[in-house]
Design a binder for this molecule. Structure first.
Ligand SMILES: Cc1cc2nc3c(=O)[nH]c(=O)nc-3n(C[C@H](O)[C@H](O)[C@H](O)COP(=O)(O)OP(=O)(O)OC[C@H]3O[C@@H](n4cnc5c(N)ncnc54)[C@H](O)[C@@H]3O)c2cc1C
Ligand SMILES: NC(=O)c1ccc[n+]([C@@H]2O[C@H](COP(=O)([O-])OP(=O)(O)OC[C@H]3O[C@@H](n4cnc5c(N)ncnc54)[C@H](OP(=O)(O)O)[C@@H]3O)[C@@H](O)[C@H]2O)c1
Length: 443
């Protein structure tokens, strides 16, 4: 009898899990990869920065997994609104949750909800053409932008803000987003870390890229980067500090934009009467390893504050969730206290790690699953259940039609290999499908 597995989420974790299950199992495995969006690959499509084309090419690897025998892609099927966890358990021998971390973490300071205070998750979704964020969601009419956080996502958003639209023309950025980037009034970007340069989370390669921007003068302040004690720290961190120190000696070249990378400043209030006008920061130091305010304050003027302080998973209906760690509790990928249910990726270990990290993570989950799963547990067919509910999944062939339409659009516009279509109606129209009015509710 063939083992039947549902994987929920088609990001790197979901697809690497599918691959690991097929490779590790001595017997054939039938795998359905369910995805709430009409398109596969999760953050590879809707997170990785558009100008990082070589990283995006990992989609070529993931594609081969979806094309392998026994594996099906079922797009436009959301766990929660289209099908419940119990229903999946009735249809499959095992279910693996790989839904990532879709929402932003909060700063918890006054003014966070003012217009102009924006979560990096939304801004990234916008420039990546995510179906949940309309192409007209942002107008870049602020001259100064403060980006809070010094991780790799902050580096991505800073780079997109600093580059010219021409530099992004060859990427897959939606055409309307490109128009808005071309009309951007941004002149100065402040990237702000609450600790020192030696504590920054960005990686050296990504940091160096900021120093090579041709459209922006990059600067650090000597007193914020000189004091770092890098003795005994990793090469990566020593490299970061060296690069940041070298920028403090740079002479501005009169480039159209300026990027100030700041440290030892924590946000205490986002200022403004009806919309963001600035951000109040408190200088910090470490006391017993903890970020502590010094009582010395500084205000940075900004018409937009981009909060890039990490992502967060959301609970899935009917699936155990630990609100302390904001992950699904598990032992080696097996969901704690839940039979035949497993988890992989950011939902399993939290929102850290690069694409490749999910491969070994998924392999662990697959090993755990294969060690205990019993084929033939499930009697119901998901296809019957969805069809009774009026849900017609987006198939892999439909996805190929979407890809073809995006390539056609790029050709018509005289831009790179692909230009993203935005919004579910456009994506579904590209594969000859009408948008669904309402999703069927799971019982
Ligand atoms: C902005 C950003 C840029 C990044 N850039 C890089 C980079 O350049 N290089 C690198 O190596 N790493 C990068 N990373 C990290 C990398 O993207 C992650 O490690 C990886 O995507 C996590 O994989 P995942 O499958 O757990 O989650 P995701 O990639 O988020 O995939 C989760 C999938 O589940 C789907 N889903 C969610 N809820 C449901 C539901 N209820 N029902 C059905 N489907 C659902 C989502 O739509 C999504 O497709 C980046 C991360 C971010 C946030
Ligand atoms: N090119 C790439 O490879 C790439 C690109 C993008 C993302 N990624 C990966 O995706 C993962 C997520 O990246 P991320 O940038 O979202 O997260 P991250 O690496 O965890 O960085 C989050 C940043 O936000 C700061 N922060 C958190 N809470 C804060 C607060 N209350 N006030 C001020 N600052 C606060 C953190 O500072 P503290 O350290 O002080 O907490 C840190 O600088 C990472 O593993 C990253 O490497 C990789």
């Amino acid at each position: 009898m063939t083992l039947r597995v549902a994987i929920v989420g088609s990001g790197p974790a979901g697809i690497y899990t599918a691959e690991a299950l097929s490779k590790q199992s001595g017997e054939p495995v039938e795998i359905d990869v369910l995805e709430r969006l009409p398109t596969p690959y999760g953050l590879v499509r809707y997170g990785v920065a558009p100008d990082h084309t070589s990283i995006k090419s990992v989609a070529g690897y993931l594609r081969r997994v979806l094309e392998s025998p026994g594996t099906r892609f079922l797009g436009g099927v959301e766990l929660g609104s289209d099908v419940s966890a119990d229903e999946l358990l009735a249809c499959y021998d095992a279910v693996v949750y790989c839904t990532g971390a879709m929402v932003d973490r909060h700063l918890g300071i006054p003014g966070e909800d003012l217009p102009g205070s924006v979560a990096a998750t939304d801004f990234v979704n916008w420039y990546c053409g995510h179906p949940d964020v309309p192409a007209d969601a942002f107008t870049l009419d602020a001259e100064e932008v403060a980006v809070i956080g010094v991780g790799n996502v902050a580096v991505d958003v800073v780079r997109v803000l600093a580059k010219t639209a021409d530099e992004l023309r060859g990427t897959d950025v939606p055409e309307e987003v490109l128009d808005r980037l071309a009309a951007s009034r941004v002149r100065r970007i402040h990237m702000i870390g609450r600790r020192g340069p030696e504590h920054a989370k960005f990686t050296l390669k990504e940091l160096r890229e900021l120093g090579e921007l041709t459209n922006a003068d990059v600067r650090t302040l000597p007193h914020e980067v000189e004091g770092a004690d890098v003795e005994g720290l990793s090469r990566q961190i020593r490299g970061n500090v060296e690069v940041l120190r070298s920028w403090s000696a740079r002479v501005p070249q009169g480039r159209p934009r300026a990027l100030d990378v700041r440290f030892w400043l924590r946000p205490v209030e986002i200022l403004g009467a009806t919309r963001v006008e600035g951000i109040r920061l408190e200088r910090t130091r470490l006391v017993d390893g903890r970020v502590t305010g010094t009582g010395e304050f500084e205000t940075v003027p900004a018409g937009m504050v981009l909060r890039s302080v990490g992502y967060r998973s959301v609970p899935l209906p009917g699936v155990p969730f630990d609100t302390g760690t904001m992950t699904v509790p598990n032992v080696a990928g097996k969901v704690t206290g839940a039979e035949r249910q497993y988890v992989a990726g950011w939902l399993k270990r939290g929102p850290t790690g690069v694409i490749g990290t999910n491969k070994s993570d998924a392999a662990e989950t697959a090993r755990t699953l294969l060690a205990e799963a019993v084929p033939g547990t499930a009697a119901t067919k998901l296809d019957d259940l969805l069809s009774a509910r009026g849900v017609t999944p987006v198939t892999y062939d439909d996805w190929l039609a979407i890809e073809a339409a995006e390539a056609d659009l790029a050709r018509a516009l005289g831009r790179g290999e692909r230009v993203k279509l935005v919004g579910r109606p456009a994506l579904l129209a590209a594969c000859g499908r009408a948008p669904r009015d309402t999703a069927g509710a799971p019982s």
